[in-house]
Design a protein around this ligand. Structure first.
Ligand SMILES: [Zn+2]
Length: 328
């Protein structure tokens, strides 16, 4: 990540952009358009995110056609699959080439190619607040990490909207009995699947345990219609129960088979009492199953989390020197 930040910084300097308070984003105005380069992620590895904001969302289709018709796409330096155009934004993710890092040269070329295409399709946006058109919002800034122009009163309104949305989410009724019932049913099914797969293959699969946790979280959140801490607790608890139950069922099957070959009958009541100690004796398998289940529960719990709502604003302006020009 340190390397990609250096590349972003270097590309930003060459493009005449300013760096934000954080070193991983550079942004500014180029030929009248809002431009940004930032360190990001694509397919799990570091990439450079290149953004041109032309603001007018009605020009999205025209911008897309212009970019697709550009030389950069024809030469293959910009791949259509790495583009994202919409809502007045043209975004390209410059991925690493195999065994090589992203180079500042390429990032600069990408931004210039993107900008040239945008210019052909859409006039430069007015120097004003994107939301209300007020000229008090004429300084470029970062709104939730994307370059933008928004005036202070619109930011205040956005913050208010987010607070209200967050409050509304918290106020949604949580049907805990339904959450518990759904989690219990899915946990039961997952336990049977775990035992069934263990019986069929005589092996335990990490992936099955993870999938159980994820499935329990997904179904519970869907059934209740919201996530949050309550749903997360129910999900985590039932994932552990599911995995332990599945493991107990697998043990029961082994005992049953063992008894059958000797013509014995199993007293299941007595067996049930022995389950904890059996799980303890076979602690390696139990821990393996539990580890997978907990990992699944972690995914499930993340899935069941309350959506993150925020309005984050960053500028490069120094509060003491509001009129100082950016250093070159
Ligand atoms: Zn405004």
């Amino acid at each position: 990540m340190a390397r990609i930040m250096a590349v972003v910084g270097e590309a930003g300097r060459r493009l005449g952009l300013r760096t934000a308070q954080r070193p991983d984003i550079a942004y500014g105005v180029k030929d009248g358009y809002l431009v940004q380069v930032a360190a990001g992620n694509a397919d799990g590895s570091a990439c450079a995110v290149e953004i041109v904001r032309y603001v007018d969302a009605t020009r999205d289709a025209a911008v897309r056609s212009a970019v697709l018709a550009s030389d950069a796409v024809a030469r293959g330096t910009i791949k259509p699959g790495h583009l994202q155009i919409g809502d007045g934004l043209a975004i390209h993710r410059r991925r690493r080439r195999l065994f090589r890092s992203v180079e500042a040269d390429r990032v600069v070329n990408d931004v210039e190619a993107l900008l040239a295409s945008v210019k052909r399709a859409c006039p430069s946006p007015p120097v004003a607040c994107r939301l209300c058109g007020s000229t008090s919002g004429n300084e470029p800034m970062l709104l939730n990490d994307v370059v933008d122009r928004v005036c202070p009163s619109c930011i205040e309104r956005l913050r208010h909207d987010v607070r209200r949305a967050s409050q509304q989410y918290d106020d949604l009724p949580l049907n805990l009995p339904l959450a518990v019932m759904t989690a219990a049913v899915v946990a039961g099914v997952a336990a049977l699947a775990w035992a069934g797969i263990a019986v069929a293959t005589n092996r335990m699969f990490w992936g099955v345990a993870i999938a159980s946790g994820a499935l329990i979280g997904y179904c519970t959140t869907r059934a209740v219609g919201r996530g949050g801490v309550g749903v997360q607790c129910v999900t985590g608890l039932f994932t552990v129960i599911s995995v332990v139950l599945g493991q107990a069922l697998f043990l029961a099957w082994q005992v049953h088979k063992h008894a059958q070959t000797r013509g014995l009958k199993v007293d299941w009541k007595v067996f049930a009492g022995y389950v904890p100690s059996l799980l303890w004796v076979d602690s390696g398998s139990t821990l393996f199953a539990l580890g997978g289940g907990l990992l699944g529960a972690y995914y499930a719990v993340r899935k069941a989390a309350k959506p993150k709502l925020e309005v984050k604003v960053e500028t490069t302006e120094s509060p003491r020197l509001p009129t100082s020009p950016s250093r070159s």
